[in-house]
Design a protein around this ligand. Structure first.
Ligand code: G4P
Length: 530
């Protein structure tokens, strides 16, 4: 197969949702259709229960399972589908944001009863920043959900994206009859069946087909006709270029747990979702078809065995062909590395691979050389962009409780923050270490892993900060501001000055008193400016 065909057959995407909307269930059903798993239930739920209790077994399980299910690749028709898993728990949201930098599109799952929820909004914000194409799957149609038109209106308003239904539900809840596929005039009739693998659709001429009342009943036919007329009045025809640019989301309705509506979703997805796209670097946009290999690390995972401190770096191949045992240039460290045992994640097992193509995600064993965002090339000195650090929401000072183990603690904190578990800031004088996270759970994870993997112990001292802000603008003014606010100025891992604001009021005041300084709450200013 030619290099170009290898690229064109790949579909690398993520499934995102608010916890409980059905992301895990939908992932599993897609894997069933793709033949990657044989039975439902094979993908373990990898979410930590929302109660956020200190159940370390759960955390350990999460770590273990999420290595295995971080990337799930399968072949479907003539396509190679790579699903990148995103943790549902909100405390791990940053992990999800980073994973979204490695996908070419997403499927957004919405619970038809609950509609747009908090995490849905945040995740979509990241997609909008990057113009990621989105397909919406409205799930749980077997439940008494909200009115479908109201839902679409809510999605458009709250997520600032235009929508276009491609399937339309006939009733809902206990009267749910199935969906009408607007793009090819066929009916997919609902039956509650968790293992069925084919959606047999009934082809009809059009919405006025005389056989329709016999199939779905007179009343449902009338309602469906009315709905279709309204859809055609309200929505423009589906325009694939608007979808590809991230402005228009096609919408499907179904019930993941019943395997219903999933096949048409997958069939449409492989047809319309983009193949690997060019990606921005600090020098230029790099095209997947470029001859030279390049890629970036978007996730680092500690090995499950705590005795071995080696880690797995997940690298998204962006251009050229990756080859085993070939030397590549680690841009940040300016060093050459080669990889003996790179692997992929086909059908949920790890296989050592000899080559990989743009769109693929490969696992590289790492002994501490990689940080999130690192770029590998064949020699060129560019770095992939768009892996922002978002401002943490919780800040705590690290207090060493075992002075004999300061070295271990330092190393542990350094490595865990390289993995992206949390952000590390240093405050001078005294090199005070401050950890920032988006959720309490990370502090528990850090404490637990420091003890188990580094034999170091610490406690955390809560600090009253609201947001971390990176600054750009007039350098003299920034320096003055930092001198004046010295006690609230810290340094991030790349030695950027960061202002820690105690309250939103303080931040507001800082902004209005310092018009020559721009305060950013992500570290990637370019991305924010898009
Ligand atoms: P998540 O990954 O987005 O957090 O959601 P997950 O797939 O785990 O689904 C959350 C719950 O919603 C699960 O029930 C799941 O069975 C249920 N669910 C998923 N799709 C549908 C659907 O189409 N209809 C209905 N009625 N329910 C659906 P649970 O009780 O939390 O777990 P389980 O014991 O069923 O696994």
């Amino acid at each position: 197969m030619s290099f170009k065909s290898e690229i064109n057959k790949r579909r690398t995407f993520g499934i995102i949702s608010h916890p409980d909307a059905g992301k895990t269930t939908l992932t599993e059903k897609l894997l069933l259709f793709g033949g990657a798993i044989q039975t439902a239930g094979a993908v373990k739920s990898n979410k930590i229960k929302k109660t956020a209790t200190s159940d370390f077994m759960e955390i350990e399980k999460q770590r273990g399972i999420s290595v295995a299910t971080s990337v799930m690749a399968f072949e479907y028709k003539n396509f190679l589908v790579n699903i990148l898993d995103t943790p549902g728990h909100k405390d791990f949201a940053e992990d999800t944001y980073r994973t979204l930098t490695a996908v070419d599109s997403v499927i957004l799952v919405i619970d038809c009863v609950k509609g747009v929820e908090e995490q849905t909004r945040k995740l979509m914000e990241v997609c909008r920043m990057r113009h990621t194409p989105v397909i919406v799957f409205v799930n749980k149609m077997d439940r008494e959900g909200r009115d479908s038109f109201d839902l679409l209106e809510e999605i458009e308003k709250e997520l600032s994206i235009s929508v276009r239904p491609l399937s339309w539900p006939i009733n809902k809840g206990k009267d749910f009859k199935g969906v009408y596929l607007l793009y090819n005039n066929s009916l997919n009739l609902f039956e509650s069946n968790k293992t069925k693998l084919s959606d047999e659709v009934i082809k009809i001429e059009n919405i006025n087909d005389p056989s329709l009342p016999e199939i779905i009943g007179k009343k449902n036919t009338e309602k469906l006709k009315e709905d279709v007329t309204t859809i055609n009045e309200l929505f423009e025809p589906f325009d694939i270029s608007l979808y590809s640019e991230g402005y228009l989301a096609p919408v499907f309705f179904g019930s993941a747990v019943n395997n219903f509506g999933v096949k048409e979703l997958l069939d449409t997805f492989v047809e319309i979702a983009p193949h690997p796209q060019p990606r921005p670097t600090n020098l230029r946009n790099v095209n997947p078809e470029d001859k030279n290999f390049s890629g970036f690390v978007f996730k680092i995972h500690a090995n499950i065995d705590p005795k071995h401190r080696d880690r797995i770096a997940f690298l998204r191949v962006c251009s050229g062909k990756f080859e085993r045992n070939k030397f590549y240039h680690h841009v940040r460290l300016n060093k050459q590395y080669r990889f003996n045992n790179p692997y992929n994640f086909l059908a949920q097992s790890k296989n050592v691979i000899d080559e990989a193509f743009p769109g693929d995600v490969i696992g590289l064993y790492d002994t501490g050389n990689f940080k999130i965002g690192d770029t590998l090339t064949e020699g060129e000195n560019f770095m992939y962009k768009g892996i922002p650090s978002f401002s943490p929401e919780l800040f705590k000072e690290v207090i060493n409780t075992d002075p004999m183990k300061s070295k271990q603690l330092e190393k542990g904190i350094e490595q865990l923050t390289d993995e992206g578990v949390a952000q590390l800031f240093a405050q001078q004088p005294g090199n005070r270490k401050i950890i920032g996270t988006v959720g309490e759970l990370q502090f528990e994870v850090i404490q637990h892993r420091l003890k188990n993997e580094y034999n170091a112990s610490c406690i955390f001292n809560h600090l009253n900060y609201y947001k971390a802000c990176w600054m750009t603008g007039n350098q003299q003014k920034i320096d003055e501001f930092c001198r004046f606010r010295q006690k609230d100025i810290v340094y991030d891992k790349d030695n950027n000055k960061v202002f820690l604001a105690q309250t939103s009021f303080v931040l507001q005041m800082a902004k209005s008193n310092n018009p020559d300084i721009v305060f950013h709450d992500t570290s990637d200013f370019k991305l924010e400016a898009v």
